[in-house]
Design a protein around this ligand. Structure first.
Ligand SMILES: NC(=O)C1=CN([C@@H]2O[C@H](COP(=O)(O)OP(=O)(O)OC[C@H]3O[C@@H](n4cnc5c(N)ncnc54)[C@H](OP(=O)(O)O)[C@@H]3O)[C@@H](O)[C@H]2O)C=CC1
Ligand SMILES: O=C1O[C@H](COP(=O)(O)O)[C@@H](O)[C@H](O)[C@H]1O
Length: 544
């Protein structure tokens, strides 16, 4: 019998060396080794296989459902990772036939020639219910569809409800679920919600209190999809699985930690939605803070979800609210020489953005974790749209070597970089003796690039992992109520002040690295950029 809050085993497995330089795309099946590992260790041990499982997608007609949720369900189904008896019910206000719904999401499923028959089987498991989000009729209908399945299998179904919906209907939908659609005795109900989880401490607490009045904590799965990314999940293994890092992972050795998220495109016509939240709420308060807690937390007592989340909460409690002096805010303007129309458009040129908006599309914040391990070490959180590249990474910069015996300026700071995306990698920038007769030192790297070390290992998409974990009842990678509350407390005073004082963001050009003031603030807090490091990708030409 599956139970909530169980530990899920790591989804990662050893890859093997095969063709170089290729990580298969998300729509390709997982490797046989990974599939076997998942089926054996995760699915079989955590899931009750016999009772029907019903996955309901609220907002089935929407963008998230079409682009992410249905394709993910298909890939999990195709790879045999879901329970034997599983059904998928779409729910939305639009009057759609099941054929229309399938047509809507099928292109994103990337069904291959040999998979057509299996895809038809998947489609046969899909149904659709039309209904409002705030009236009982639709939910009663939904419940009766599930009840029919229960009759067929002679037992209560386990029910998973995914709210791929705007936040203004979270409350009515969850109330209706509670009233009309809960699993009968012997079955379980789990609710999956997507951010935004409120806009600040008060609105987030309102939503949390509402959910808590209806469900137990172990029924609530708040998705932060960054927690489903391979390299984010790897943080705990790197830190707690290597003797090397433990002794130096503290203020005595680490000068700063930079957690970056960069996107090379602007709002692409979706500025109306973005403008309500801005980059601080859209990326920093959630994705970057989640990464920060994994970098900064103490070793948990076990891999149990509560032990891990307890440690993450302790980190959040040790961070003082961010002050406006510790932040640089930016907003992009179009680049007149930009390569395409998007690049020539500034944020304010997007017709869906309110005129004169001061919403930030770039933010850099300096945080301090006020505890014995980290006091005085700046944690730079940096995120932005319309920047020079797509990149998410954690950069740990170490302090200078004390008692330097090399010529002045020769030694550069060691850096450990965990690149979340693209091209997942862990690399350490360090000093070495320049090969040859002399005794010069030079910068080089220890490089674990996934596309050369783990060729042909398809890294599961974040949603695949997370949805599978909900089936399995593992809450390790989901945000607990108190965690969310403490994360909001760090940002709410700043957000209030920005809004009240209408603090103007600094302009930066589309495709640049963001405002110069961002680099200056980092330097002011001790980040050192020398610009001397040059990376040469491995050649693999076996010259020796
Ligand atoms: N396994 C692999 O695939 C490896 C790849 N590489 C690649 O080599 C390249 C260089 O490596 P990297 O670690 O970035 O080293 P760099 O020394 O070039 O950059 C270090 C840091 O400095 C920042 N920076 C860049 N320009 C400036 C500036 N003018 N002022 C202040 N800060 C600046 C960068 O952030 P930002 O530009 O984001 O602001 C980055 O955080 C990267 O493209 C990296 O991906 C390196 C090693 C291994
Ligand atoms: O949550 C969000 O994340 C995406 C970036 O996700 P990624 O997995 O592609 O890195 C971002 O574009 C969006 O604004 C934000 O809401």
């Amino acid at each position: 019998m599956s139970k909530s809050n169980e530990d899920s085993k790591s989804l990662s497995v050893q890859g093997q060396r095969r063709d170089r330089n290729r990580i298969p795309s998300a729509s390709e099946p997982l490797s046989p080794e990974l599939l076997k590992f998942l089926r054996d260790s995760l699915v079989e041990s955590h899931m009750q296989m016999e009772p029907p499982h019903v996955f309901v997608v609220f907002g089935a007609s929407g963008d998230l459902a079409k682009k992410k949720i249905y394709p993910t369900l298909w890939w999990l189904y195709r790879d045999g990772l879901l329970p034997k008896v599983v059904y998928f019910i779409g729910y939305a206000r639009s009057d759609l036939s099941i054929e229309e719904l399938v047509k809507h999401f099928e292109p994103n499923c990337k069904v291959k020639d040999g998979e057509k028959e299996q895809f038809s089987e998947f489609v046969k498991k899909c149904t659709y219910v039309t209904g409002a989000y705030d009236k009982p009729e639709g939910f009663e209908k939904l419940d009766s569809v599930i009840a029919e399945l229960e009759q067929k299998y002679d037992g209560p179904a386990n029910r998973l409800y995914y709210l791929a919906l705007p936040p203004n209907v979270f409350a009515p939908v969850t109330s209706q679920i509670k009233e009309h659609c809960m699993a009968g005795s012997g079955g379980w109900t789990r609710i999956i919600i997507e951010k935004p989880f409120g806009r600040d401490t008060a609105t987030s607490a309102e939503l949390s209190n509402h959910l808590a009045s209806l469900f137990h904590e172990d029924q609530i799965y708040r998705i932060d999809h960054y927690l489903g990314k391979e390299m984010v999940q790897n943080l705990m293994v790197l830190r707690f699985g290597n003797r090397l890092f433990g002794p130096s992972w503290n203020r005595d050795h680490i000068a700063s930690v930079t957690i970056s998220f960069k996107e090379p495109f602007g709002t692409q016509g979706r500025g109306g939605y973005f403008d309500e939240f801005g980059i601080l709420r859209d990326v920093m308060q959630n994705h970057l803070m989640q990464i920060l807690t994994l970098v900064a937390m103490e070793k948990p007592a076990s891999l149990n979800a509560e032990d891990i989340r307890d440690e993450k909460v302790k980190v959040l409690k040790s961070i003082r609210p961010v002050r406006v002096d510790d932040v640089v805010l930016g907003q992009y303007v179009g680049d007149p020489n930009g390569k395409d129309e998007d690049a020539r458009q500034g944020y304010l040129d997007d017709p869906t953005v309110p005129k004169g908006s001061t919403t930030a599309t770039y933010a850099l914040a300096v945080l301090n974790v006020n505890n014995e391990r980290w006091d005085g070490v700046p944690f730079f959180l940096r995120c932005g749209k319309a920047l020079n590249e797509r990149k998410a990474e954690v950069r740990v910069q170490f302090r200078e070597v004390p008692g330097d015996i090399y010529p002045s300026g020769a030694l550069k700071r060691t850096e450990l970089v965990i690149r979340v995306q693209p091209n997942e990698a862990v690399y350490i920038k360090l000093m070495t003796k320049r090969p040859g007769m002399g005794f010069d030192v030079e910068e080089t790297e220890l490089d674990l690039s996934y596309n050369s070390r783990y060729t042909d290992v398809r890294l599961p998409d974040a949603y695949e992992r997370l949805i599978l974990e909900v089936f399995c009842g593992s809450q390790i990678n989901f945000v607990r109520t108190d965690e969310l509350d403490y994360a909001w407390k760090i940002f709410t005073p700043l957000l209030d002040q920005i809004e009240k004082e209408k603090i103007p963001p600094i302009e930066y050009v589309y495709g640049s690295r963001g405002p110069r003031e961002g680099d200056e603030l980092m330097q002011h807090h001790g980040f050192v950029f020398t610009g001397t490091y040059k990376w040469s990708p491995p050649q693999n030409n076996n010259k020796l």
